[in-house]
Ligand binder design. Structure first.
Ligand SMILES: [Zn+2]
Length: 74
C-alpha cells in the first residue's frame, strides 16, 4: 500500500502597500464627481430655429451636471 499524499499549496501574491487613489472632482455637491457641460435640448432648438442668434442662446443655456451624483447647477 502506497500512501500518495499531495499537498496543494496555493500561493497567493501578497499585495503590499495598496494605495487607494481617491479622485477629487470639482462637484460642489459630492466633491468627487466631475462637472460635465451639456447643451440643453431647449438651447439646441433655439439655435436651429433662430440661427444665428440662437447660437448665443445655446451657449448661455449650458447645463452643468455632475457625472457622479447628477447634481445640476447653473
Ligand atoms: Zn457630484
Amino acid at each position: 500500500m502506497q500512501a500518495n499524499t499531495t499537498y496543494v499549496q496555493s500561493v497567493q501574491p501578497v499585495q503590499q502597500g495598496t494605495v487607494v487613489v481617491q479622485a477629487t472632482g470639482n462637484c460642489p455637491n459630492c466633491r468627487i464627481g466631475f462637472i460635465n457641460e451639456n447643451f440643453t435640448a431647449c438651447g439646441i432648438i433655439w439655435a436651429i430655429c433662430c440661427f444665428p442668434c440662437g447660437i448665443i442662446c445655446l451657449l448661455t443655456q449650458k447645463e452643468r451636471r455632475c457625472l457622479r451624483c447628477g447634481f445640476v447647477y447653473s
